[in-house]
Write a protein that binds this ligand. Structure first.
Ligand SMILES: NC(=O)c1ccc[n+]([C@@H]2O[C@H](COP(=O)([O-])OP(=O)(O)OC[C@H]3O[C@@H](n4cnc5c(N)ncnc54)[C@H](OP(=O)(O)O)[C@@H]3O)[C@@H](O)[C@H]2O)c1
Length: 234
């Protein structure tokens, strides 16, 4: 069986930065995203820096069950075992609490919560129990604190945190490891959404954040880093 590392939202921002860190150390990655041009661009970038690593891409809206099942089928048919799953894909939305609509809630919950649950479930279903699997859930410091004009986003990320904690409890004593990651603000396209005008010039470089996460998570010894909070120095 071939081993692989899956990164959702690996076509940009923090996900692509995590993929960069991984391929530099020769790890094979499968990146998932909704847009083929973005995935192709990311794959070209990763191929240009990878020496021994294999880079695969799949179009997948993680909030869509059919797409998620297709990923599972691809892995099974190609006899690929997932060694690490980075549940990174997410989307921000900034709006006053009195303006929330069903469409806004669905949009934000799709990647940040529903997609995390759907893909994790599929990977758990197809990964043999004897194989070690580490699931890394990228949330946000907005899963630790409530924030102005982030009611829907905070609700989704707090939901993801609840899911992560329950998953950890349920899978205790198995070969599944759960890592919770809570990053603060990073300079990515995340902030390019309508109505958002925050100055992000002082925010963290996603490559530096990715380096910290990958170094902490990929250590192969008897220790497991379970919770990671990363903030910029004030
Ligand atoms: N940037 C920050 O300040 C910040 C702070 C704390 C936490 N975070 C969290 O960090 C994670 C990464 O964010 P980022 O800053 O890297 O954002 P980003 O630059 O906007 O990248 C988000 C990635 O997720 C993918 N994506 C979005 N919805 C998806 C879906 N339904 N299915 C599959 N892929 C999807 C996007 O690709 P496609 O558009 O091609 O699908 C893109 O590659 C998110 O979970 C975010 O909530 C970000």
């Amino acid at each position: 069986m071939k081993k692989i590392i899956i990164i959702t939202g690996g076509s940009g921002g923090l996900g692509l930065a995590i993929a960069e860190q991984l391929v530099r150390s020769g790890r094979d990655v499968l990146i998932l995203g909704r847009k083929s041009e973005k995935l192709d661009r990311a794959a070209r970038k990763l191929n240009s820096i990878a020496e021994n690593a294999e880079i695969s891409t799949l179009i997948c809206n993680i909030g869509n069950e059919t797409d998620v099942r297709r990923v599972g089928k691809y892995l099974t048919e190609h006899k690929i075992v997932t060694e690490y799953l980075f549940n990174n894909a997410g989307r921000g939305l900034f709006s006053k609490a009195g303006t929330s609509t069903a469409a806004m809630i669905d949009d934000v919950f799709e990647a940040n919560l529903k997609g995390m649950i759907l893909l994790t479930s599929e990977i758990l279903r197809i990964t043999p129990e004897k194989e070690e699997l580490t699931i890394v859930n990228i949330m946000s410091t907005s899963a630790l604190h409530g924030r102005n004009e982030e009611t829907i986003y905070c609700a989704a990320k707090w939901g993801a945190r609840g899911y992560t904690e329950a998953l950890r409890t349920e899978l205790k004593g198995t070969k599944r490891n759960i890592v919770a990651v809570y990053p603060g603000g990073m300079k990515t396209d995340f902030w390019k959404v309508p109505g958002q005008n925050r100055d992000i010039s002082g925010f963290m470089d996603p490559l530096e954040v990715a380096e910290k996460i990958v170094n902490a998570v990929l250590v192969k010894d008897k220790l497991l880093v379970t919770d990671i909070t990363i903030n910029r120095k004030k």
